[in-house]
Design a protein around this ligand. Structure first.
Ligand code: NAD
Length: 376
């Protein structure tokens, strides 16, 4: 089975899908791996390092045409679907809820597409969970960005020149990214508070040494996959009222609240931001999925009339591309190894398997994923 890995062409993408360590594992398992020339240049990996671990180097057009399996980070551009080998398996992030046309084109061309966003959240699938591996790094990056921009230091400092109080950091949304943001801000010495609508999170926040902000929203809860449920408009308003007080006292507010497959909830409205201190830094991690912060703009840093800076940068894991690539690559090799048949040296697409069932979007010419099929 020929596994082909393509260079990322999405503007500003700095990650690569596979690193030599993963090539080594796949080749030892009996796979043939071919990578596009320059694949790892963005993270300082030369073609020769891929060759040393057993990969061949080829052109993009040859890989598209010949590979039985294609790996990449970002979704394929629509014009690169038709050139793919019919029946090939394509694995990448896909954004399937917003890419109806692309999904239809993949089905039409008989490509079996595995969407990395759709890997189920089960214990067995944890090692393949790229949403989590990348969110973890994104959470770290949000804090580093804020720390660099804040005109204050994070830790408590007691010196002959006086005492400096620790910075106050408020993290909204304490999932994978939010928990890493809490841990990172704590390590830098900040005083950290956090809020999430899922009550189970309280203990995790406290175990990292942060304070959980109590806001009584009534019934909230989570899905079987551990994702937050949408709030009613009344609950959302209650949440905003509860958060406003904490935001006014904070030096940094980081929002990471997402709703799987849907637009992110708007949590920080213009009214709340208008009450915040000048110099406060807001990092909106959800900016790419609609934004948690009113007025945040993708890839911009907006300063409000009252001097609050809103950072809305995209692709946060791409800012630590070496480790993001390393983790994504491990997610991919773990996924491939899980379904690798050692005798035939091929990837067995077992459509009855619960992980494959969850993440497979198109197969044998049709859209097979129930969630994606039901998008209006
Ligand atoms: P996510 O990226 O979908 O959302 C981030 C956080 O935002 C979540 O904690 C969510 O509850 C929160 N949120 C949503 N609406 C909010 C609002 N109005 N206000 C405040 N917060 C809001 O979620 P995620 O980080 O990918 O993961 C969610 C949970 O799933 C986590 O608890 C994580 O530990 C768990 N998880 C489990 C597995 C597994 O079992 N294999 C894998 C990954 C994640």
């Amino acid at each position: 089975m020929l596994i082909g890995v393509l260079k990322e062409i999405y503007l500003g993408e700095t990650r690569c899908a596979l690193i030599p360590l993963s090539v080594d594992r796949l080749v030892k398992g009996g796979a043939q791996v071919t990578v596009e020339s320059g694949l790892g240049a963005c993270v300082g990996i030369f073609d020769s390092e891929y060759q040393k671990t057993g990969a061949s180097i080829d052109s993009r057009s040859n890989i598209l045409k010949n590979a039985d399996m294609i790996l990449r980070v970002r979704k394929p551009p629509i014009e690169e679907v038709a050139p793919l080998k019919k029946g090939c398996i394509h694995i990448s992030f896909l954004d399937p809820f917003n890419e109806k046309t692309l999904v239809a084109e993949l089905a039409k061309n008989n490509i079996s597409v595995i969407s990395m966003e759709m890997i189920p959240r089960t214990t067995r699938a944890q090692k393949m969970d790229a949403l989590s591996s990348q969110a973890n790094l994104a959470g770290y990056v949000t804090v580093i960005l804020a720390a660099e921009r804040l005109p204050k230091i994070f830790p408590l400092l007691m010196t002959p020149a006086g005492t400096i109080q620790p910075a106050r950091v408020f993290i909204i949304g304490a999932g994978v990214a939010g928990l890493q943001a809490i841990a990172t801000a704590k390590r830098l010495g900040a005083r950290v508070e956090a809020f999430d609508t899922r009550p189970v999170v309280k203990e995790q926040v406290q175990s990292l040494g942060a304070k959980f902000v109590e806001i009584d929203l009534g019934e909230t809860g989570q899905t079987t996959q551990g994702y937050a449920k949408s709030l009613t408009p009344e609950q959302l308003q209650k949440q905003r009222n509860g958060m406003a007080r904490v935001c006014m006292q904070s030096d940094v507010v980081i929002t990471t609240a997402q709703l799987f497959g849907r637009k992110a909830p708007v949590l920080l409205t213009k009214d709340i931001i208008a009450q915040m201190k000048p110099g406060t830094i807001i990092v909106d991690m959800a900016v790419e999925s609609g934004g948690n912060v009113e007025g945040s703009k993708v890839n911009e840093e907006v300063t409000t009339a009252n001097g609050v800076r809103i950072i809305g940068l995209d692709n946060l894991p791409g800012r630590v591309a070496v480790h993001a690539s390393q983790m994504y690559s491990a997610n991919l090799h773990n996924l491939i190894e899980e379904y690798w048949d050692k005798d035939s040296k091929t990837f067995k697409l077992n459509i009855e398997d619960e992980i494959i069932k969850g993440a497979l979007i198109t197969h044998q010419g049709t859209v097979v994923n129930e969630m994606v099929k039901n998008i209006k």
